[in-house]
Design a binder for this molecule. Structure first.
Ligand code: PLP
Length: 398
């Protein structure tokens, strides 16, 4: 008889983060409005964007779609690693002005960062020890469980360390870092990232750096890429995304950098980059050509201001929300250089109690921090990627 994938089954039986959040939150909301199902709920749970695409991106999408409809300009499959113009734009318009020199062949375009979080771990053996931040963006953990990895340790992120963990005390092989962080709203300084890069070089470990929220960094002293730290191209993979930077969460476009100089045991320079190329050519035949044309437009100089204006809109949401919640007496972290606010309940309150308090007082729905890991207990994550009117009305309720 056929047997099932036990790893997938294990994940399924304990329920994935997305399922757990959806089911539990929906139950609570239904319980909150039994007599008035029309009652407005201010949904600040999902980290999904709401602002329309930049006009230049829309123009590029329409143009690309029109080309697909004509014999002379039609295009089919592209390069599996991504449109070369897009990979050049990522190198030249995104990395170069931060003094980071990368080759287009080191860039792999994906249909968002999410699939990359799964695909990248396939480069490494199942016996590696993995270090994850706690609280954590759950798909890193789920990807490793699904792959069958079980040596996992956690790096605690708490108020005492400003939600930026210390380097591991023991030897680990793979370290996942996410800055600006989801869910805590924290942003690591260059010195803090340097400590991890030094650790990784000394211990021959690999850092997988999730930079999907880096467009929210407005403080020029904070690093937007791990490659701003010297030596990082020897030990770090970076994941980027157009979702939050340019509103592509529905269009789906992201990328990963697998530097030529990154090596692990029994590999030589360029080998991991080549291995990733092979794996992508087996399982992923490239991102949508339409989305990629949109990505090229988003990275053009003319569009950068439009993208920044969208990011600034969300950052202003965050300012309004943080101010309102603080005036109400809640301690808030994040919300600057980051679209997430990490709300702390008063002493002794559990995450679900903070959740209930905001739901009852202001019809606001966030995600209890405990769902992101045990160190998230006592906190609630609010996303400010919604619309301004909702933020203002919710704060008036408070
Ligand atoms: N990484 C983090 C930390 C995220 O919060 C998200 C989405 O919210 C992703 C990756 C996935 O982004 P994408 O839309 O590019 O797949």
């Amino acid at each position: 008889m056929t047997t099932k994938n036990q790893n997938l089954s294990n994940l399924f039986s304990s329920s994935t983060f997305a399922d757990m959040v959806r089911n539990k939150l929906m139950q609570k909301i239904e319980g909150h409005q039994p007599s008035n199902p029309q009652k407005k709920i201010y949904m600040m749970a999902w980290g999904d964007t709401t602002h329309p695409l930049p006009a230049k991106v829309v123009e590029a999408l329409v143009d690309a779609a029109t080309k697909l409809g004509h014999q002379s300009t039609y295009t089919g499959y592209g390069e599996f690693e991504g449109n070369i113009k897009l990979r050049e734009a990522i190198c030249n318009n995104y990395y170069k002005h931060r003094n980071i020199d990368l080759e287009p062949e080191e860039i792999f375009v994906s249909d968002g960062a999410q699939s990359a979080t799964f695909d990248i771990q396939e480069l490494f053996g199942l016996d590696n020890v993995v270090a994850l931040q706690d609280p954590i963006y759950p798909p890193y953990l789920e990807a490793n469980i699904l792959a069958g990895r079980n040596k996992i340790i956690y790096l605690e992120c708490n108020q005492g360390n400003n939600f930026v963990p210390d380097v591991p005390q023991s030897k680990v092989d793979i370290i996942y870092l996410c800055f600006p962080n989801n869910p805590t709203g924290a942003v690591a300084t260059k010195e803090q990232l340097k400590a991890f890069v030094d650790y990784a070089i000394t211990n021959k470990s690999v850092i997988i750096f999730d930079a999907v929220y880096n467009a929210f960094i407005t403080d020029p002293n904070l690093p937007k890429s791990i490659y701003e730290v010297e030596g990082a191209t020897e030990c770090a993979i970076e994941i980027g995304s157009f979702s939050k930077m340019a509103g592509f969460s529905g269009l789906r476009l992201g990328w990963s950098v697998i530097p030529f100089t990154l090596t692990v045991e029994s590999t030589v320079a360029r080998e991991l980059t080549q291995m990733y190329k092979i794996s992508q050519s087996i399982k992923f035949w490239g991102a949508s050509n339409l989305a990629q044309e949109g990505g090229i437009a988003a990275l053009s100089q003319q569009c950068q201001q439009e993208c920044q204006a969208i990011v600034n809109y969300y950052l202003e949401n965050a300012r309004i929300l943080k101010e309102g919640l603080s005036a109400f007496g809640l301690t808030c972290f994040g919300g600057t250089n980051n679209p997430y606010i990490w709300v702390k309940g008063t002493e002794g309150m559990s995450s679900w109690e903070v959740f209930n308090q905001l739901l009852l007082k202001a019809d606001i729905v966030g995600i209890p921090g405990s769902l992101f890991g045990s160190s998230g207990e006592g906190f609630l994550r609010l996303s400010t990627l919604g619309n301004r009117e909702d933020m203002e009305k919710a704060m008036n309720n408070l």
